[in-house]
Design a protein around this ligand. Structure first.
Ligand code: HEM
Length: 279
């Protein structure tokens, strides 16, 4: 892999910031707030930030960069698609539980629903995320769609994924700010008590983690090289399936082919043409 050391640096840093974010939100709700419970009260509300930050920020961040891990490049594309889709699925399940928790909490205290910008952006993101997941399963995971449809939809899939992820980070920051303004009274948020400093730091951790994930995901040199199931043109202009026994040339020399400069150049060309499936 080109720039392997720098990739490792970004990967380890992102994991560190991500873990810290999850630990900070846990400490926030257990030490500063009312803990965790499913009782319609404040402890149930606390499941909302805990589950969205664990599911929608951390696990979803890993789902976005899982194809970039060079150690997985020897795994079949189908296996990696299942892992990618599986991580998205875990994320959405945690987020749905988080949504139920906050709506139940609002209803039991007769707090109006869906009044804030946070809730508007948040619900929109959840609905679009769900639609993107279902669409991607049908187009990229199940063997139904044609190669041309996959190629046409891949740039939209990648763009929407990163747009939604950026919106998730923004929604979390709005939610954190709201919660601090609503709950910190004596002393108020404006006096910057220790809880405010701690939770502001949580917000920074989330931003840095999100930034690192998006950086890793958008480096063309760190993308998974073309796979066996991609009909990449050969350097001599031939078709990989044009062999006597109808096996691809990459079937014979996978490691050499996957790591060669030629493969990487082809890879970048395919990216430009939006032809490489990375669902
Ligand atoms: C409420 C979504 C992250 C704090 C809500 C509501 C939704 C939502 C749809 C409306 C519930 C209702 O009206 O009954 C999301 C999504 C998030 C997220 C999709 C992540 C991407 C967070 C985080 C916090 C938070 C990290 C931090 C504590 C709040 C608060 C409310 C709320 C205080 C109640 C006030 C309001 O309706 O705006 N959230 N949320 N949220 N959320 Fe979040």
């Amino acid at each position: 892999m080109e720039g392997y050391r720098s990739f490792l640096f970004f990967l380890v840093s992102s994991l560190l910031f991500g873990f810290l974010g999850v630990i900070f939100v846990l400490v926030w709700v257990l030490y500063w707030r009312e803990g965790l419970a499913w009782n319609g009260g404040a402890a149930e509300f606390n499941l909302h930030p805990l589950l969205v930050i664990t599911g929608f920020v951390f696990i979803e961040g890993i789902a976005i960069i899982v194809y970039r891990l060079p150690w997985t490049w020897k795994c079949s594309k189908l296996l990696m698609k299942c892992i990618h889709a599986g991580l998205h699925l875990v994320a959405i399940v945690l987020v749905i539980v988080a949504m139920v928790a906050v709506f139940e909490y609002h209803n039991s205290f007769k707090i109006p629903n869906m009044f804030s910008l946070h809730s508007w952006v948040g619900l929109t993101v959840v609905i679009l995320f769900f639609l993107q997941l279902v669409m991607s399963i049908f187009v990229f995971l199940l063997p139904i769609a044609s190669d041309s449809l996959r190629a046409a939809l891949m740039p939209i899939h990648g763009y929407m994924g990163l747009l939604l992820y950026g919106s998730i980070i923004a929604t979390c920051l709005m939610g954190i700010t709201e919660k601090l303004i609503f709950t910190l009274k004596e002393p108020p948020y404006s006096k910057l008590p220790p809880e405010a400093i701690f939770v502001n730091t949580l917000g920074l951790l989330i931003v840095v983690f999100g930034g690192l994930v998006i950086w890793i995901a958008t480096r063309p040199a760190w993308k998974r090289p073309p796979n066996y199931d991609v009909k990449a043109p050969l350097p001599n202009g031939g078709n990989p399936t044009d062999t006597a026994d109808n096996t691809t040339v990459t079937d014979h020399k996978p490691d050499l082919e996957l790591n060669s400069d030629a493969a990487r150049k082809r890879n970048l060309q395919l990216d430009e043409a939006g032809e490489r499936s990375t669902m």
